[in-house]
Design a protein around this ligand. Structure first.
Ligand code: CA
Length: 444
């Protein structure tokens, strides 16, 4: 777990004015990573770091450091920079926290007020408004968990009113192996999935477009160095294996899911699209926003899922919100409607527990693997992370504008998720947004 250091000092400002806005996502204290290029260009994608309204082009910084020796770039920072300039961040992720921290510190020093490198680094900036992003790593494997007890209880109640939580929930983080090939970057659009749907009371299923299409508000966890097959990652080492977090929308077709999920779990209801935000916020940047892991109930944990530091500060207070904007809202210039908001601090299972559990049997995590936390819902109904919960299983529609109601998503709907961290003693940092759009189903 990261302790606070110079790079978290809220007193230190940047020479870049837009990095100092109190409501901004990307101050000097954040420095998240993405893979980008100039929009509509044929440039190679390469690593970048957000600051204010700009992207620090890591390939340009690497070229600069190679040409002029720059004293604030340590040997470790240069190794990290050489990995960060590539078309995917896998190599940077593989290096480990010593190198990630060294690059963070070098960029912090270079962009802070009074840096002697200002005039050189100014030439390495590209406005965020003029770039496009791609999935930041080659994601070999994607695992999705079910870490919010409030989500698990609300969904369980719809299907099993007498026993909403199955007995294993308090003992282990429930998860399944998902599909990496359909993970897309913010801006992704996809056709409403078609699948087998069995209407209650009918004797046979029919093939048709999903009528109960939903989103799931999640965080994505990018694995760093990982572990060899047959080895384990202990809960104490787990966070040093995590490169950082992004926002994740696990699009879900509830009617396809309801028919197919037993006995092996989700399949075609989930694997048609998963959308992630472009920026990966490192655990080091999130250090000022840690909170105790509170387990309101349940049995004592097995040792491999428990540690003092996990109890004291295993959770992270990340504010999360979901908004919707329909086609007609866009045409009428009506702003997006906020569906719900919550915080990741309510998660029953922490990131360290997800990693420790995933590897307890010797399963190897690899650099760039992605773990979804599962839908994040808070303790009250207004903090629900899916429409399934907000519409009480589709039974209760609600207004999203003066003229429109929703239970599930309609064609043309745009779903927007945002995340940010605030604390009186730290500089606010943000994740930005993940945006995705539902297109009509393809013809059969
Ligand atoms: Ca999910």
């Amino acid at each position: 777990m990261h302790s606070l250091n110079l790079t978290h000092d809220p007193q230190i400002k940047s020479w870049l004015a837009t990095a100092n806005r109190p409501d901004g996502n990307f101050p000097l204290q954040n420095l998240p990573f993405a893979v980008f290029r100039r929009a509509q260009s044929h440039e190679a994608f390469r690593g970048g770091v957000a600051i204010g309204d700009q992207v620090i082009d890591l390939a340009a910084v690497a070229a600069l450091v190679a040409r002029d020796s720059m004293s604030s770039f340590s040997a470790d920072a240069i190794v990290a920079l050489e990995a960060g300039r590539l078309q995917t961040l896998n190599q940077l992720m593989q290096l480990g926290p010593r190198f990630w921290s060294a690059l963070r510190l070098a960029l912090f020093e270079g962009f802070r007020t009074g840096s002697s490198l200002q005039s050189q680094l100014e030439r390495c900036l590209i406005p965020q408004a003029g770039v496009e992003f791609t999935v930041p790593a080659q994601i070999g494997n994607y695992t999705d968990f079910y870490a919010s007890i409030y989500h698990a209880t609300a969904v369980g109640r719809l299907f099993r009113p007498d026993e909403p939580l199955l007995p294993n929930y308090h003992w282990l983080p429930i998860g399944y192996h998902g599909r990496a090939s359909s993970i897309g970057i913010s801006g992704q659009s996809f056709h409403r999935p078609t699948g087998q749907i069995k209407i209650s009371g009918e004797s046979a299923p029919v093939l048709k477009p999903s009528a109960r299409l939903d989103y799931e508000l999640e965080l994505g966890v990018f694995v760093g160095t990982g572990n060899p097959l047959g080895a384990r990652i202990s809960i104490r080492e787990a966070e040093s294996q995590v490169f950082g977090l992004c926002l994740l929308n696990d699009w879900s077709a509830r009617d396809i899911q309801a028919w197919e999920y037993q006995p092996l779990g989700p399949f075609l209801a989930k694997n048609f699209a998963t959308t992630i935000s472009p920026w990966i916020v490192t655990l080091e940047a999130l250090a000022p926003f840690r909170s105790p892991c509170t387990r309101p109930d349940g049995p004592p944990l097995l040792d491999y899922l428990d540690s003092l530091s996990n109890r004291q500060s295993g959770s992270i207070d990340i504010h999360l919100e979901t908004l919707i904007r329909s086609s007609s809202m866009r045409e009428a210039n009506v702003p997006a409607y906020r569906l719900a908001s919550t915080s990741f601090r309510h998660s029953y299972w922490t990131i360290a527990q997800l990693v420790a559990h995933h590897t307890i049997n010797g399963c190897n995590l690899q650099p760039g693997d992605l773990l979804g936390t599962g839908t994040q819902s808070g303790p009250t109904p207004a903090e629900a992370g899916s429409l399934l919960e907000l519409s009480q299983g589709g039974k209760q529609s609600f207004a999203i504008s003066p003229t429109e109601q929703r239970t599930f998503l309609e064609d043309g709907d745009v779903v927007i998720m945002r995340g940010w961290c605030e604390s009186p003693s730290a500089t606010r940092i943000g994740f930005g947004e993940v945006i995705g759009q539902v297109l009509p189903a393809m013809k059969l």
